[in-house]
Write a protein that binds this ligand. Sequence first.
Ligand code: GLN
Length: 533
Amino acid sequence: MASNFIFVTGGVVSGLGKGVTGASLGMLLKKRGYRVNMMKLDPYLNVDPGTMNPFQHGEVFVTENGAETDLDLGHYERYLDQPISENSSITTGQIYSKLLAKERAGGLHGSTMQVIPHVTDTIKEAIYKVAEENAPDVTIVEIGGTVGDIESLPFIEAISQMSREMAEERCIFIHVTLIPYLKASGELKTKPTQHSVAKLLSLGIQPNVLVCRTEHHLDTAIKEKIAYACAVPLDCVIENNDCETIYEVPLMLAKEGLDVWVCQYFGYPAVKIDLSEWTKMVGRLIAPEYQVSIALVGKYVALHDAYMSVVEALKHAGGFHNTKVKIKWVDSEMLTMDNVDNYLADVDGILVPGGFGVRGVEGKIAAVHYARTKKIPFFGICLGLHMAVIEYTRHVLGWEGANSTELDVDTPYPVIDLMPDQAGLQIGGTMRMGAYECQLVPGTFSAKAYGQAQVSERHRHRYELNPKLEQEIFAHGLKIAGINPERKLVEIVEIPEHPWFVAVQFHPEFISRPGKPQPLFRDFIGASLQNKK
Ligand code: GLN
């Protein structure tokens, strides 16, 4: 039986949470026993977000098989609790690259390459590929951007064609829209939604369901108005009110009956759904007993989306400890060895996440120094490990000017360096990516956290701890806690004489799930809770 499809578009403004809406619905369908796959179609022209500034695009989510993808894939994985493959992140850049390569190879057999049918056919092929990947009952396809954008037109056309090519009951169009509240008149306004639906209609799509983002409850009168003006049934006007945590969204959609409606539309039998575990998990997130304050020291702190998976992983860990994790966003460019106390004296734990380039690194090194010497639980991730090793070798071994060759090519102590296989590669898509094994050293914080001898974690980096300097670096208090069995690369370093000091070369945030925190995040929050002043 071929997959059914749910297409999720966005209207009025961007940032309404199409990803979370789609993922929440996917989770509800999965909990009802249906197999679900999800994908995102991004209209921008880059091949992938790997080379894009996090200020523009937020976090780059890394799949198990090492693709650099849109951050919404992170939501899909967290809600569905299943790995999503690189096929699920499609961009205009990819579609055109593929098509142009085909044209150069003579594969168009003399025809003129056009948006319709060549671009739209290539988009449809990409969608059908995901719809066959693990034989899903339902494939949820999210279209990035807002309806009406020039870039997204071929994608909208492609899904419109799909709906015409298959039986009506196999496709559902969900439009996520905004119902703004006018404070001056105390009114909720439906006009932007009406315009957005009219635009969608002009592109050949009549939405079946409207998910309405709102700050206020939508009463029946306003729902009726929306339903009438946009020609959708009343029970398909779904309220999506602002909530405390994004993990409440599935519960809200279920309360509005969206999953039941979808099952009926697809002709699925009514199966009972058990949301008790999820509801409990949400309860722990909303009303926890304790609180810790964690400093997140990075250079993109002005845009929280740049650290999406780290933030979610901290929340999952907090949920485990019945603890609210309050993040103190610390701009590493502001930090120096002299002023670090002003920023970090009041926090219970310090996290230095991944990053690229030289800006703000001295501030991160100052933060590591503070955590190490003041015995504050410390968690370093990827560039965070580099910072930890640099701090340690500079201040404990006395290696003045120790650095990563990413940040200073002429450093006298290249403690972090480029591996020979990474030299001279083009920038895009060439880092050490995806899941690799890590063998844990018994008795370490990490071994205790994982409770396993070997684990697999996702990577995205070019630089490594320099094997030539390894012996000297680890002859003192800093210790190796994890190593890659094939290439003997250092994956984890720790300081045993410290309440909790762990830095990892990989990105543990990508595999954390609500209700199933990643073990290192879990123990980092545990240690921070114990350290609480
Ligand atoms: N910039 C560093 C590298 O390329 C770290 C990357 C990261 O933190 N993801 O190795």
